[in-house]
Design a protein around this ligand. Structure first.
Ligand code: ATP
Ligand code: MG
Length: 650
């Protein structure tokens, strides 16, 4: 049932694009044949204080995994994202900030202004004793100060770790303690969708569980009242006025850590992913330019939060390294109504728009009208990230938002990979709805047999997705636990980077992510990715969202357990249940028919919008007593309802 039809590159598009189809083939071949030469050249995208002479020094052997790129080069990431643009585009807007309330004024921050704000912020950090190598937690709303704070850390060589502003005090405390942070940067409160979260009070609660040496730097954003502890709490904005507007960038080794970011936790306890300075920035600058086909003057918008990797690589570091204008949005897609995304695209003439399938599905539920209210003619490229996009949502995105004329880049990557690994290039790659298509330059995906671990040579195949050799954006270690790094990514399949995802490769060499390897279900000996069954369910007009997991089944080995969220206003009935079961049978085959189907008012999701199947699996196994780490759930209440109404009771 997977749609194998190819959508060609729009005719007008290929001409002006950075990469055409022929160029892709030629350059890709070169990047694999001679990575040293290829990346030596790409490294020149950045300004180096001391140029590198060594390009690649990487080892994937269990027990001695080590990853180094441009290792003797010296640079500063903030200087690359800000200072080097001042001469040519100091008065160009670097960041457009769109506030939660549509009635409040947007802000346009030029590169000159960004430079001054970052320097001032850096001087505030220094005044609090933060120095090169220290860790700083950033727990801020989507406000320009979040960008200033990240770049200020990079400027002085401190390692930042951004914690999503929706996380609880517990989750915050765990991260402060795990990385031994010297300071937390927070705000009084965070407006989102017309509601406010008290970030300072959350931080106060978290700090009760941390060393009392941790400094608390507060951005007074809303003016909401907060408690104040003299000697610990610092008013950042007022201090920024008092410190010098200039701060020399710290010379950093290419391999010095730039940041730690905890994964979303959909498969287990979050891992503190460590990224480098040089290789990371080369990789996200390059992917940002080519994957979104970014050209000078374009307004680029990634709707992610800076609390996850997409926000790091594709709101901040990639775009700013390229001297782009990047948009930062404080709010949510449905406030004040489901037209907000499109209102912003129209208002700021957005050219590249990058979001997640979960947002697209949520907006689909509101129909076409909120999209058609706005002029979206400025759009050139659309993007998605985060999970496989079901063809239903792809078609809606393509037709309703893109008017059938904009390439959609479905980018597969992970916190661990730093940037896109599998992705179309808009001027080069014919698309297939639901496929992340082909590898980016320098990426050698391989498919392994999950049982034997052997590489599958045939083009058409299905198995475990691994990457054969390192690329500059790859994570370097798990913070404080290199052994966990090796064990998680290099022990199951020796000599390769193991992504944890399953995939199918079709006859054209296109990759289709089938979900986490853990999520593959084995029904009467047939292996099936959960994504396929979910896609089929979501294709039914009454279904808004679906999640599928396996559960122990006496006869089949594993049974299929489906959680289904219906469209607004649709009543769950037994007739509908029977209809959906029949629907899946005809869409995929009798083998895929759900054994149990539970109506779910909502699904447990991470803050980045990913369904937490490991929790659904526990509920389906009737083992709700051991749900594991739930600290990164967006809405823990939905779990209670699902447990209460579970279908499989022993
Ligand atoms: P944890 O590793 O803690 O379980 P996580 O894997 O959810 O968390 P991320 O690094 O944010 O955290 O997510 C990466 C995963 O998201 C990928 O491994 C893949 O399963 C999924 N993913 C991302 N983009 C795509 C895409 N375009 N198509 C299919 N799947 C995607
Ligand atoms: Mg993961």
């Amino acid at each position: 049932m997977l749609d194998d039809k190819k959508v060609p590159v729009p005719g007008s598009f290929a001409e002006g694009a950075h990469v055409t189809a022929e160029e892709y083939e030629e350059r890709y071949a070169r990047s694999i044949a001679d990575p040293e030469a290829f990346w030596a050249e790409e490294g020149k995208r950045l300004d180096w204080i001391e140029p590198y002479t060594r390009v690649k020094n990487c080892n994937f052997d269990l027990g001695s995994v080590s990853i180094n790129w441009f290792e003797d080069g010296i640079l500063n990431v903030a200087a690359n994202c800000v200072d080097r643009h001042l001469e040519t585009r100091g008065e160009q807007t670097a960041i457009i900030w769109e506030p939660d309330e549509p009635g409040d004024a947007a802000r346009h921050i030029t590169y000159n202004e960004l430079h001054e704000q970052v320097c001032r912020f850096a001087n505030v950090l220094k005044s609090q004793g933060v120095a090169k190598g220290d860790r700083v937690i950033i727990y801020l709303p989507m406000i320009p100060e979040a960008a200033y704070a990240m770049l200020a850390c990079a400027r002085i060589g401190a390692v930042h770790s951004v914690v999503f502003a929706g996380f609880s005090p517990d989750a915050l405390a765990n991260r402060i303690n795990d990385c031994g942070a010297k300071a937390v940067i927070t705000a009084d409160s965070a407006p989102r969708g017309g509601k406010r979260t008290g970030l300072k009070s959350n931080t106060d609660a978290a700090l009760l569980h941390c060393s009392d040496k941790v400094r608390c730097l507060v951005v007074k954003h809303t003016g909401d009242q907060t408690t104040w502890i003299d000697g610990r709490d610092v008013d950042v904005l007022s201090m920024m006025e008092d410190v010098a507007p200039d701060c020399d960038p710290e010379p950093m080794g290419a391999e010095d850590p730039l940041f730690i970011l905890y994964t979303s936790g959909s498969t287990g306890k979050p891992k503190g992913v460590v990224h480098s300075s040089g290789g990371y920035l080369v990789y996200c600058a390059m992917t940002h330019e080519l994957v979104f086909d970014y050209h000078a003057g374009d307004v680029y918008w990634c709707t992610a939060d800076v609390g996850w990797v997409t926000g790091h690589s594709y709101i901040l570091y990639g775009p700013l390294a390229n001297g782009a204008t990047t948009l930062m949005f404080e709010g949510v897609p449905t406030y004040p109504d489901a037209g907000r995304f499109w209102a912003i695209c129209e208002k700021h003439d957005v050219a590249q728009f990058y979001t997640a399938p979960t947002a697209i599905r949520a907006l689909m539920g509101h129909g076409r009208e909120p999209v058609e209210r706005y002029d979206l003619s400025s759009l050139k490229v659309l993007g998605t990230v985060g999970e496989p996009i079901n063809p239903e949502a792809w078609n809606w995105y393509n037709e309703v938002v893109g008017k059938g004329e904009r390439p959609i880049v479905d980018t597969w990557w992970q916190t661990e990979t730093g940037g896109h690994l599998l992705t179309p290039l808009p001027g080069a790659t014919p698309l297939k709805p639901g496929s992340a298509t082909r590898p980016f330059f320098g990426i050698e995906p391989i498919v392994l047999d999950p049982q034997s671990g052997a590489e599958i040579e045939e083009t058409e195949c299905e198995g475990v997705l691994c990457i054969k050799a390192s690329w500059p954006g790859q994570m370097r270690t798990v913070w404080g636990d290199h052994e966990r790094f090796e064990k998680t990514y290099f022990s199951d399949y020796k000599g390769y980077y193991f992504s944890g995802d399953g995939c199918r490769r079709d006859a054209d060499g296109y990759y289709w992510i089938t979900g986490r390897v853990d999520d593959v279900i084995n029904v009467s000996g047939h292996r099936m990715g959960t994504a396929e069954v979910e896609s089929a369910l979501v294709a039914h007009r009454d279904v808004a969202e679906a999640a599928v997991v396996g559960y122990p089944h006496d006869i089949k080995g594993q049974g299929i357990y489906a959680y289904v969220t219906l469209m607004n206003g649709v009543e769950p009935t037994d007739d509908l249940r029977a209809e959906l079961e029949k629907w899946v049978r005809t869409e995929i085959g009798p083998i895929a028919k759900p054994d149990l189907l539970q109506w779910a008012p909502g699904l447990p999701k991470t803050r980045s919008g990913k369904i937490m199947r490991r929790i659904l699996r526990k509920i389906a196994e009737d083992d709700a007593g051991s749900l594991g780490d739930t600290s990164t759930l967006a809405d823990p209440d939905v779990v209670d309802d699902l447990v209460e109404n579970r279908m499989n009771r022993k």
